[in-house]
Design a binder for this molecule. Structure first.
Ligand SMILES: [Zn+2]
Length: 490
């Protein structure tokens, strides 16, 4: 894959560069593609570029194809002129309309050629968006059609236009994984994960995490990966950590039409706000009451602008988090906005082993910010590393306190990581910042680490000096280990 390069990883999150040859631009990812409706532009594409820094947007070629008033102009002028946008333009194909209305009147070849003719930079074939929870037979049959169309799309001459290969498979992880591998085998360029909007609309973030993780297993590290229809900033951090590079959404405009106000924690109704919890120009210059009193069109535009500020602000926050190596801390913090996001975060941590593969071995800091932190990739990696660390003494002390000359060898113990050789104390992640009043999850994870070390060295005699660990943690420590409480008197 030559059109996408990863510059930096954090978990499976990637700072990358997508080269879009037809547009002559390179787009930094992760990023959002605002959905531009060719008929109704709440915020003009030129403004998206000049005020919000949009490098790429998405519009619907199926609407243009079927439009009496726009079809000829777009063929004549080209898409960039028609929309007044110099950056990269991706076009969707009508699959969404197919899902909504059950029928569309173009073939993959027709719509791809149309996308090429109007000057689209990234085109999309007509795939079959299989909704969540359908029976396996239907998901399999529809997947077969999608794959045939992708293979067909790969043979259509589309010049320098990149072509996307949507990944379907409903909520079946094995189908998603296989579909993703098949999509890669077509040699197409961009990989949208399709039909996830119903999951997001129903706040099924745990299912979403499982679907994305399954797709990523099939895709490997090719890219870019586009989470189709994902536009709520509350889930960008989580989706990025799972390895999504592109988001798109009409949410900024659709929500504004209904007087809904986006935040990184969720959605508020304008009528229920007394204060704006935001620093953007709209929220600095107006109060909710002032906005409420405006005419509907002005209010809609200002709300759309606020929604875009929050959206692009969160994209920058995610990018900086990847740069700084604290994306997981950001995911943790965003997970507090809604219980469904917490479910999503916990489901993401079920895939820690998968995310660990691309995670940098060393970062600046590990902040233990919640009991979920005990399940983070770094904890797993540290405990896997125990297999490669030698234990040379016969009598070994594992302690949260100071070393003792009575033992052949002294190791430190740090919840949630568990035992570590003293000489590693100043290396990541053992430099972690953990709270003094830590929680049971951290002690239990540390105890699991102790158990792994003990099981690796059955002939060694271990003593564990712990700082008042709860019984649920001590239960995990093998019976062969002598236990002492750090503050107990001998
Ligand atoms: Zn604002």
């Amino acid at each position: 894959m030559t059109n996408f390069e990863v510059r930096q990883y954090d978990a499976a999150g990637r700072l990358g560069e997508l080269t879009v040859p037809r547009a002559g631009v390179t787009v930094e990812t992760p990023t959002i593609l605002p959905v531009v409706n060719p008929h109704v532009q709440t915020v003009a594409p030129a403004t998206l570029a000049s005020e919000f820094g949009a490098e790429i947007l998405i519009t619907n070629s199926y609407i243009l194809h079927g439009s009496d008033d726009l079809r000829e102009p777009v063929l004549e002028q080209g898409l960039h002129d028609l929309l007044g946008f110099d950056g990269a333009i991706m076009t969707d194909s009508g699959s969404f309309q197919l899902a909504e209305y059950g029928d569309i009147d173009v073939t993959t070849e027709e719509i791809l050629e149309f996308q090429y003719e109007i000057g689209s930079d990234i085109g999309t074939p007509v795939d079959i968006p299989t909704p969540p929870d359908v029976d396996r037979e239907r998901a399999t049959a529809e997947l077969k059609t999608t794959q045939e169309r992708l293979e067909h799309a790969a043979t259509v001459d589309t010049g320098e236009m990149l072509v996307s290969a949507p990944v379907q498979g409903a909520t079946y992880p094995d189908l998603r994984e296989r579909a993703a591998a098949d999509a890669v085998s077509t040699g197409l360029d961009v990989f949208p994960l399709g039909a996830v909007v119903p999951l997001m609309n129903e706040y099924r973030y745990a299912d979403l995490a499982d679907v994305v993780a399954a797709c990523k297993r099939g895709l490997g590290e090719v890219g870019p990966v586009h989470l189709f229809g994902a536009g709520h900033p509350m889930m960008f951090a989580m989706a990025a950590a799972l390895g999504c590079d592109l988001f798109d959404s009409a949410a900024y405009a659709l929500y504004a039409r209904d007087d809904r106000y986006l935040t990184v924690q969720g959605t508020e109704l304008l009528s229920e706000l007394t204060y704006f919890p935001c620093h953007c120009p709209v929220c600095t210059d107006h109060t909710p009451a002032e906005l409420d009193a405006m005419d509907a069109d002005t209010r809609e535009e200002l709300l759309a602008r606020h929604n875009l500020h929050v959206t692009y602000g969160e994209i920058r926050t995610v990018k900086q988090a990847i740069r700084s190596g604290n994306l997981m801390e950001l995911v943790d913090s965003r997970a507090r906005g809604h219980p469904a996001m917490l479910d999503g975060y916990r489901a993401l941590l079920d895939h820690a082993e998968q995310l660990e593969r691309t995670d940098p071995v060393s970062k600046d800091a590990f902040f233990y910010t919640s009991n979920e932190s005990a399940r983070r990739l770094e904890v797993r990696r540290h405990q896997d590393r125990l297999e490669r660390l030698p234990v040379e003494g016969e009598e070994v002390l594992l302690t949260e306190g100071s070393s003792s000359a009575q033992y052949d060898e002294n190791w430190g113990v740090l919840p949630p990581f568990g035992p570590y050789p003293r000489e590693l104390a100043d290396t990541y992640p053992l430099t972690a910042e953990t709270p003094d009043r830590t929680d049971r999850a951290a002690y239990e994870a540390a105890a699991t680490g102790v158990r792994r070390l003990v099981e690796l060295h059955p002939d060694v005699s271990f003593t564990l000096v712990h700082d008042d660990w709860p019984a649920t943690a001590l239960d995990r420590v093998p019976d062969s280990v002598r236990l002492r409480d750090l503050h107990a008197r001998d």
